[in-house]
Design a protein around this ligand. Structure first.
Ligand code: ATP
Ligand code: MG
Length: 574
């Protein structure tokens, strides 16, 4: 995998997280700043995770610059506390994605590295009278939890002695009980207005092997217990998560407060919540992404229609564009939905400077230039860059008697403002001459199969005398063109938001035209050498990337994004 240029420290205006960190430094609460990115290895990362990655790793880069290299770090930590859904395969994918986005971790950990410590702290909480083994069934604990308006009821196991609790907890670890027979709960307050504080579960029994610890454990810590402990052991100072964890913060603090003296943690971490990224015209929940992949609605986790990092990479989107997008979204305290057009803007803005301009005809229509000598081949040194991109470079562009143009660039009975080709009308061929359509060849059913034109030899690089030619169209030389398959991608969903209803209903919102495969496209000769991940602008059409399936002789290109927001226009028309 060709890795991207490393991310520079963001030069972003401040936001509330950065304000908090600055204030902590000023007040002397921390001299080192440690953040972490804590994915659960149960799926692939998506653009929402990219926001969290850019924030956490970006903060470390920024404070390294401000405070010195040694005084800021960001850890990658796999939050692997649920052995049922997690897998090493996902871990590899996630690491690749983080690196590709341009970030490197300063420490690599697993929550499971701390299972032994977490267990020890569990015994400590029991000894301190802060935790107990509860033997209620699932149904019983649900029924006694209370509601937002009503307090819960104490479990009948709440007053077990320390000795009994320790004995049961040790036997839980030894594997003497079945899944669900007992749990370890924090002893807090069943009447607490925050439901998360009503004697929350800390440990449960799961006789399931774990991808890191194998058969060593049959009890596993819950997120709300494992996360603060992992943060504290690593010396994380600012534990940044998304808003739906706001209510968990009280429990986060409870865990730290009740262990910090015993455990002698290197830091007193604090949790801060920011708005998660939501994007319209796509889905981001792991459950839905999984359903799309497993239900074969897409070709895999790296299907270019998906907002996964792997999908966006294959689509040809650059890490720089994703980072610019995340920076443009900013870090806010209130949830909102970002318009896909904003991401597409960032993609175009980045590729404008990076993608050389070439000619490609996606839906070819043959044109014979009757007054051009049969065997003559002209070659132009055609610039790869427009005037407003400060780059230089040309390629040899061959021209001969037979060329292809885009079917859409011809109309039999055009309206007045159609500045392309039509019977009797003249148009400029990009980098080449002006041609006039003199005849139209049709098949039996009346479809146009070929055009006859004449060219004006006086018009190479200059305007014809006394005539105005308004339109310029792209073309390729028929004799020199290379064939390609081109995959045109659109947004995944046809509606801005998927139906909020039941589980699989969102599948009805999938845009059936999100992938259109064109075969027999004609590309200019210089593209015959394109290698996977090479990006180009096909003039007048959009940005394209050579797919990983692409080989010389059987080229495959993906459309990354169209040039303008043609989607919005199409929708308006409808
Ligand atoms: P789940 O918890 O359902 O498995 P998740 O999306 O929370 O899914 P994690 O692997 O736990 O996945 O996420 C890792 C980190 O990425 C977390 O800190 C989480 O807050 C953050 N994150 C996930 N989705 C988004 C999002 N849409 N916007 C911003 N940050 C996100
Ligand atoms: Mg999560």
């Amino acid at each position: 995998m060709s890795s991207s240029a490393p991310a520079p420290a963001p030069t972003k205006a401040s936001d509330f997280i950065r304000d908090i960190i600055d204030a902590d430094i000023q007040a002397g609460r921390h001299d080192k700043i440690l953040t972490r990115f804590p994915p659960e290895p149960n799926g692939f990362l998506h653009i929402g995770h990219a926001k969290s990655i850019c924030l956490n790793f970006g903060l470390a880069l920024e404070y390294k610059q401000k405070q010195g290299e040694e005084n800021a770090r960001c850890h990658l930590r796999f939050d692997d506390t649920d052995p049922v859904k997690e897998d090493t395969l996902f871990e590899e994918g996630i690491q690749e994605d983080v690196r590709w986005l341009g970030f490197n971790w300063d420490g690599f950990y697993h929550a499971s590295d701390y299972f032994e410590k977490m267990y020890e702290y569990g015994e400590h909480l029991i000894t301190a009278g802060k935790a107990y083994v509860c033997s209620q069934s699932d149904a019983e604990s649900k029924a006694t939890r209370g509601t937002v308006k009503e307090p819960g009821k104490n479990s009948i196991y709440r007053d077990r002695t320390v000795e009994e609790n320790l004995d049961l907890f040790r036997r839980m670890r030894k594997g003497e009980f079945k899944d669900g027979e007992h749990v370890l709960r924090a002893k807090i307050d069943m009447a607490n207005p925050n439901m998360k504080m009503r004697d929350p579960m800390l440990y449960r029994i799961r006789h399931t092997p774990h991808h890191m610890t194998g058969d060593k454990w049959c009890i596993y810590p819950m997120y709300d217990y494992a996360h603060p402990i992992s943060d504290a052991i690593e010396g994380i100072t600012h534990s940044i998560c998304t808003l739906e964890f706001e209510n968990n913060r009280e429990l986060y603090d409870w865990v730290i407060d009740n262990l910090i003296d015993y455990a002698n943690f290197p830091s007193r971490p604090r949790q801060y919540e920011f708005a998660r990224l939501n994007l319209n015209y796509t889905v981001m929940s792991k459950r839905r992404l999984l359903e799309l992949v497993e239900g074969k609605h897409v070709s895999g986790w790296d299907d270019p229609r998906l907002p996964t990092i792997a999908g966006m990479r294959r689509r040809g989107i650059t890490p720089e564009a994703i980072r610019a997008f995340c920076a443009s979204v900013g870090v806010a305290k209130a949830n909102s939905t970002v318009d896909m057009a904003q991401l597409e803007f960032c993609i175009r803005d980045d590729l404008n400077q990076k993608a050389p301009r070439v000619l490609a005809v996606l839906k070819p229509l043959k044109v014979v230039i009757e007054n051009f000598p049969d065997d003559q081949v002209d070659e132009y040194d055609a610039s790869l860059w427009p005037h407003d991109v400060p780059k230089e470079g040309t390629r040899k562009l061959p021209f001969c008697k037979e060329i292809y143009i885009e079917q859409d660039d011809f109309m039999l009975e055009p309206p007045k403002d159609f500045y392309r080709l039509a019977p009797g009308r003249e148009v400029r061929l990009r980098h080449s001459y002006c041609v006039t359509c003199t005849d139209v060849v049709k098949d039996e059913s009346g479809n146009v199969t070929e055009l006859r034109c004449t060219y004006d030899p006086e018009t190479l690089g200059k305007n014809p005398e006394g005539r105005k030619v308004k339109g310029t169209i792209h073309w390729v030389s028929a004799r020199h063109a290379v064939d390609a398959e081109v995959r045109l991608y659109e947004r995944l969903l046809k509606d801005e938001a998927p139906p909020t209803g039941k589980d699989s209903e969102f599948l009805n919102a999938i845009n059936p035209d999100a992938l259109q495969v064109l075969k027999g496209c004609k590309l200019e000769r210089s593209l015959s050498e394109a290698k996977p991940m090479d990006r180009f602008q096909f003039e007048r059409q959009g940005y394209f990337v050579a797919d990983q399936d692409s080989k010389p002789g059987s080229l495959v290109f993906n459309r990354i994004v169209t040039l303008k927001d043609s989607w919005a226009k199409q929708q308006q028309k409808k």
